[in-house]
Design a protein around this ligand. Structure first.
Ligand code: GDP
Length: 221
């Protein structure tokens, strides 16, 4: 018998019990690389803090600094001993110095590529400006790490239903090349739209027991 895993298979997470755990400016400052983690990424102003706060029912949870150029941190929120949500730093628009931007890029890339417990990435895009350079970069890193990505087209309440659905279809079509590893939905923190769909994705990723199946396979004679 090989050693038993660190944690028992977790049940569906209780998002409302989310608590701030720690911040990290580099990979070595992240919590131990065990359990299950899902990360949220998006350009600044995409609606990431609003989505995390609305999911967890805690208006103050993702209180991110909006000061351009300030050191950006990866924020960890625990849902249980073995399940975490992660708020990744976004890019500011204009005023961020190139050197700071390069450093964020390096930290983000190493987190996405090296973090073993990371089960998937939630990528947020304003429904009115989807698939910008940052978004394509994240999709590409996710793809090269073999990680599923779920896109939230945020602030869906800003468009009428027809145009919002057209954008959804257009983005979905663009994702054909990712062989089903990337999914997309409309979302509005303001109108509480799309929360069930998002929770279903998170539940699956954070409760995935494939780790055990792999171990059983390895143990077979
Ligand atoms: P972040 O920079 O990605 O964390 O974005 P925030 O969550 O701070 O949101 C940026 C701006 O968009 C704020 O003014 C929010 O009030 C607004 N916003 C966020 N989500 C929604 C939404 O679902 N609908 C609308 N209409 N505005 C939103």
């Amino acid at each position: 018998m090989s050693e038993s895993p660190t944690y028992p298979a977790p049940g569906a997470p209780e998002y409302r019990s989310a608590q701030f755990l720690t911040s990290a400016a580099k990979l070595s400052q992240c919590p131990g690389d065990s359990g299950w983690e899902v990360a949220f990424a998006g350009r600044s102003n995409a609606g990431k803090s609003s989505a995390i706060n609305s999911l967890t029912g805690n208006k103050k949870l993702a209180k991110t600094s909006k000061t351009p150029g300030r050191t950006q941190l990866i924020n960890f929120f625990s849902l249980s001993d073995s399940q975490r949500l992660v708020d990744l730093p976004g890019y500011g628009f204009a005023k961020v110095p190139q050197a700071v931007k390069r450093e964020w890029t390096r930290v983000l890339e190493s987190y996405l590529q090296q973090r073993e417990c990371l089960r998937g990435l939630i990528l947020l895009m304003d429904v009115r400006h989807p698939m910008q350079e940052f978004d394509r970069q994240m999709l590409s890193w996710g793809h090269s790490a073999g990680m599923p990505v779920h896109i939230l087209l945020t602030k869906a309440d800003k468009l009428k239903r027809g145009p919002a659905n057209n954008t959804l279809l257009k983005v979905r079509k663009e994702l054909d090349e990712y062989d089903g590893m990337v999914t997309v939905q409309l979302f509005s923190a303001l109108k509480h739209q799309g929360h069930e769909e998002l929770r279903a994705v998170l539940d699956a990723w954070l409760s995935d027991d494939s780790v055990y199946e792999d171990e059983e396979l390895q143990e077979a004679p």
